[in-house]
Design a protein around this ligand. Structure first.
Ligand SMILES: [Zn+2]
Length: 137
């Protein structure tokens, strides 16, 4: 499979970062206190955001990235051109979220926002986070 690396324009990147930071404020992180905001940009320019939602039965907790992707898919979106994730430390998506993203993205620029460092951001490519991912098609 050929992977085409894509990148975000400055305006798209700024919109995504802002949406991820705003989404983080809605996180329900009652147990870990680790709040995450995510925003995914569909190819029609629409942004869908999500925040982590924890549960007393820990296994039922869902990450911000999956909330954003599932919200977008439920709205009919299937193609994505960018993702931003806002956390303390600018962390990468977990393995489960990477596999969910793999269902819809061969390549995707991901902006990792560190809210502890004045919202500094670095961009990574999806293929670097989950090389040779599991795909049926
Ligand atoms: Zn995750």
């Amino acid at each position: 499979m050929t992977v085409t690396v894509t990148s975000l324009g400055e305006a798209e990147r700024a919109r995504l970062i802002d949406a991820a930071i705003r989404a983080r404020a809605s996180a329900y992180a009652k147990y870990s206190q680790f709040t995450v905001g995510a925003a995914i940009l569909a190819d029609d320019g629409t942004i869908y955001s999500g925040a982590n939602v924890e549960n007393a039965s820990y296994g039922l907790t869902i990450c911000a990235e999956r909330v954003a992707v599932h919200t977008a898919v439920a709205a009919g979106q299937r193609k994505f051109v960018g993702l931003a994730v806002a956390t303390s430390g600018g962390l990468t998506p977990c393995g489960a979220c990477r596999q969910v993203l793999a269902e819809f993205c061969v390549e995707l620029p991901i902006v990792l926002v560190d809210v502890d460092q004045h919202n500094s951001a670095r961009e990574v490519q999806f293929s670097a986070l989950l090389p040779e991912c599991f795909r049926l098609a």
